[in-house]
Design a protein around this ligand. Structure first.
Ligand SMILES: Cc1cc2nc3c(=O)[nH]c(=O)nc-3n(C[C@H](O)[C@H](O)[C@H](O)COP(=O)(O)OP(=O)(O)OC[C@H]3O[C@@H](n4cnc5c(N)ncnc54)[C@H](O)[C@@H]3O)c2cc1C
Length: 331
């Protein structure tokens, strides 16, 4: 049976790849180009313990996905800048029961530019470069037989078919992976997914820290060629762009953590929309007559391998999906 994926972000590409590897015929419909939105804008932090915020389901599922990451990336055969960098949390309260305190020489070794007395340390968390991730997953999916159609906007979904904006109708099993735009796809039952804009900036300093740093109101993500500083959390609907206040916020926060960054060359700023959900966890499962994998909020990069594997298990073998991800849990 053919499967039609609506949306070519990381979630859509990962689901397409998984289904094709398990023998399905898959077409992925993307209204722009694959990776145009949140998935290539994201910071690329894989930090399930910090992002769980005390939610045990989120922590367990996030750790499971992190545990899959290295093998999943190896199967892509591409370098996406993945590194088990560890995460520093420069906040008073402990972020997780596994966190230990780092101070003095150890802290200076991990993050020479950081001007705090001590920070919490989680050694297993990782990072990757989201500029390279979707192209790598897309290439692997194409090699596995997935057909991508760019510049194709889906207007409506129904059980067993999609209707495109230009009136074309395609038949197949439907999986909606439309990120923050999921509620705009007609034919779905009401799903509480909303856009949460995040603004990020990059500066040229690559020596301030080797680990991801979470501060009181944002984070620093070291890449080989830049330091990403982010991110705002804004309820502004689908208003695109970067604002002076948003860029000031992320730069101020970064400079507060590492004052020498004030002298670093400013490279660029950008924004995109997180697919927000009321409890921060995704909506993965049946919704009406179609499948949906959306609402990954702040953790869609982290959760992509697990989402794809669990959804494919459910679609092909009838396996149960995590109850914490049920799309109807807010009803
Ligand atoms: C600023 C920022 C920082 C982030 N940092 C991190 C991080 O460090 N770690 C982490 O794990 N997560 C992070 N995230 C979250 C992560 O980026 C998202 O959860 C994830 O990318 C969602 O993937 P997606 O494929 O669902 O959505 P998207 O990447 O947004 O893809 C959805 C795709 O669907 C397409 N589409 C929509 N409607 C239609 C339609 N009708 N027809 C055809 N195509 C359609 C869109 O064009 C888009 O390409 C961040 C997000 C942002 C915005």
């Amino acid at each position: 049976m053919k499967t039609i994926i609506v949306g070519g972000g990381l979630v859509g590409c990962a689901v397409a790849l998984e289904l094709a590897r398990r023998g399905r015929e898959v077409v992925c419909l993307e209204r722009a180009v694959p990776g145009a939105e949140a998935s290539s804008a994201a910071g690329g932090i894989l930090a399930p313990r910090v992002e769980a915020h005390g939610d045990e389901d989120a922590r367990v599922l996030g750790l499971e996905s992190l545990g899959m990451y290295e093998a999943w990336l190896a199967s892509l055969g591409a370098d996406v800048g993945y590194r088990r960098s560890g995460v520093l949390v420069a906040r008073p309260e402990s972020p997780d029961r596994d966190a230990v305190v780092l101070s003095g020489a150890e802290l200076a070794r991990v993050a020479p530019g950081l001007k705090v007395q001590q920070a919490w340390w989680l050694s297993d968390e990782a990072l990757l470069d989201t500029r390279r991730l979707v192209p790598a997953v897309r290439a692997a999916a194409e090699a596995a037989g997935v057909r991508f159609r760019s510049g194709v906007s889906v207007a409506k979904v129904e059980s067993g078919a999609v209707l495109l904006e230009d009136g074309e109708r395609l038949e197949g099993e439907v999986v909606v992976c439309a990120g923050a735009w999921t509620p705009a796809v007609s034919g779905l039952p009401p799903l509480p997914v909303r856009p949460v804009r995040g603004q990020l900036a990059a500066v040229a300093d690559t020596a301030a820290t080797t680990a991801v740093v979470f501060g009181p109101a944002g984070y620093l993500v070291p890449r080989h060629d830049e330091l990403v500083v982010g991110a705002t959390m804004e309820e502004v609907g689908y208003q695109r762009g970067v604002s002076a206040g948003g860029v000031r916020h992320v730069l101020d926060h970064a400079i507060q953590l590492a004052p020498a960054l004030a002298a670093s060359t400013f490279l660029r700023a950008w924004s995109s929309f997180r697919p927000g959900s009321p409890d921060g966890k995704p909506l993965v499962g049946r919704a009406g007559g179609v499948w949906v994998a959306s609402g990954h909020f702040r953790n869609g990069i982290l959760l992509a391998p697990l989402t794809a594997a669990r959804l494919a298990d459910a679609m092909l073998d009838g396996a149960a999906l995590p109850p914490a991800w049920r799309p109807d849990r807010f009803a």
